[in-house]
Design a protein around this ligand. Structure first.
Ligand code: SF4
Length: 215
């Protein structure tokens, strides 16, 4: 079982193309300025079986998914389940003759990823590593702060992510989804974007009761 916060398809703001997005629940790192505080509680979210996740991945590929993004929360806080999910995802991809890539976000630094956590990433084509550092804003796509590093780990990862290593778009990709009474955002906003969004919505009469980017 993998404890997850949410799952969504298609995600277009966290990696290239249309993707299955899986947000893992639980993060022990507590970065100041984290915009996903709702994913911190290791007892929150819900447990999803690996067979259900594999089924969702299979459906996404059948619907044209070009990749899988596992974010969080902290995926490496559940290394065994993450590793098994990525292994199953790679097998299904091969079975369906797909070249969809597997991307994993983690707040850990490369030197901290050892033992079971390193093994969990065996099947990842690319990883984005490092804590969110509010003091180091960046314009690089898919990264929240300048210290975070996008690393390719396979030829497919290099093919898919090579063109984006230094890419800083004028506008960041960003999605909005509504479900279960919640409005949630997919993507990595630039510093100051969310307060701007809140102000713009307030001027139009929309206020949030609670947000995941403040305690
Ligand atoms: S930014 Fe990522 S690693 Fe840092 S606290 Fe938030 S979810 Fe955890």
């Amino acid at each position: 079982m993998l404890r997850v916060s949410r799952i969504h398809f298609p995600v277009t703001a966290l990696g290239p193309g249309r993707r299955l997005g899986v947000w893992v629940q639980g993060c022990p790192l507590g970065c100041a300025g984290c915009i996903a505080r709702d994913t911190w509680d290791a007892e929150g979210g819900r447990e999803v079986s690996l067979s259900e996740l594999a089924g969702l991945w299979r459906e996404a590929l059948a619907a044209g998914a070009e990749g899988l993004t596992v974010s969080g929360g902290e995926p490496l806080a559940q290394p065994a389940a993450l590793g098994e999910f990525l292994l199953a995802a790679a097998r299904i991809r091969a079975e369906l003759a797909s070249n969809a890539d597997l991307l994993v976000y983690t707040g850990y630094e490369p030197g901290e990823i050892t033992g079971p956590a390193a093994g969990a990433l065996d099947r990842a084509d690319a990883v984005i590593t490092g804590r969110y550092d509010v003091t180091r804003p960046t314009r690089l796509i898919w990264r929240g702060s300048a210290n975070q590093v996008l690393t390719t780990r396979t030829p497919l990862g290099t093919l898919r992510y090579g063109p984006y290593l230094d890419y800083a778009p004028d506008l960041v990709p960003f999605q909005v989804a509504a479900s279960g009474g919640y409005l949630w955002f997919v993507g990595v906003p630039r510093q100051g974007d969310l307060p701007k969004l809140e102000r713009a919505l307030r001027q139009r009469g929309v206020t949030f009761e609670a947000v995941s980017w403040r305690p």
